[in-house]
Design a protein around this ligand. Structure first.
Ligand SMILES: Nc1ncnc2c1ncn2[C@@H]1O[C@H](COP(=O)(O)OP(=O)(O)OP(=O)(O)O)[C@@H](O)[C@H]1O
Length: 252
């Protein structure tokens, strides 16, 4: 479990997170939802240690994040940030291979190469593996970054808006793959999602954030109701059902 205790965060005079106390359950797919600016990315970045913790405590499977070595953390947790614009003169295969670094420290073995090829295949990137990142589309580049996270082969995956730029079929394929990781391999995934029905269809646990606070958390049936969602997004929504899961309708 990832435990988050009394975490507050400020940027300059602005308070971004207010005393967050929550947990991401182990072996589950957790979706973080909420309007733009709610603090979802900031929370994910703090958990992934891309941002320094200013107050409170975060622990991953009992290990205090503040006391964990970077290499050790990279074997436990892979993180896909929102800012994926890295060196564009890198080929797709080279980017995905970075995911193996925490395991081989610069000396890849046959198993590392095999896992890179599997990740490329899983995200339909084999044909693009020798292309440079600035020679592929935004959605293809997004898939390459996700493939790098998968190649890292960690018990925890933190994905900040992984569906960005993905078309419907690749979005569904990603959700299926993530769900497989959770259900068949017992991994734990936390993802920020804007497309609420992906959370409704696939998540085990949902955390709804607004204005730097947690507004609701629980299983999809608990969180995805008309009252909570209307308040969360300041918009009228209807909640129906499809295949025994909530289906959120927000077409005026
Ligand atoms: N570098 C920064 N300087 C000042 N304010 C920032 C900075 N980064 C984020 N913020 C502010 O922090 C708040 C939370 O941002 P954050 O990116 O965590 O929200 P979010 O819920 O992930 O939003 P989105 O859904 O739009 O990605 C916002 O009000 C944002 O304007």
């Amino acid at each position: 479990m990832i435990r988050i205790e009394d975490v507050s965060h400020s940027i300059g005079p602005a308070r971004i997170l207010h005393d967050i106390r929550t947990g991401f359950p182990k072996g589950r797919l957790t979706a973080l939802i909420g309007p733009n600016g709610a603090g979802k990315s900031t929370l994910v970045r703090l958990v992934g240690r891309l941002e320094n913790l200013q107050s409170g405590r975060i622990s991953v499977d009992g290990h205090d994040l503040a006391l964990t070595q970077t290499l050790e953390l990279a074997r436990v947790m892979a993180i896909l940030g929102q800012d994926t614009a890295i060196a564009s003169r890198l080929r797709v295969r080279e980017l995905v291979a970075f995911g193996r670094w925490p395991h081989h420290n610069g000396r890849p073995r046959a198993d590392d190469h095999a896992r890179v090829e599997t990740a490329l295949e899983n995200f339909a990137l084999t044909q693009l593996a020798d292309r440079f990142l600035d020679e592929i589309s935004g959605g293809q580049a997004q898939r390459a970054h996700i493939a790098m996270c998968f190649a890292q082969d960690t018990p925890w995956l933190l994905l900040d808006e992984p569906l960005n730029n993905l078309d419907m079929s690749h979005s569904r394929a990603l959700m299926q793959r993530v769900s497989d990781l959770v259900r068949r391999q017992g991994r734990s995934v936390v993802m920020v999602v804007h497309e609420i029905n992906y959370a409704a269809a696939w998540a085990d646990h949902i955390i709804a954030m607004k204005d730097g606070r947690i507004m609701a958390e629980g299983d999809p049936d608990t969180v995805l109701n008309q009252r909570t969602l209307s308040e969360l997004y300041d918009a009228d929504v209807q909640v129906s059902r499809h295949q025994d899961r909530p289906l959120v309708l927000h077409h005026a």
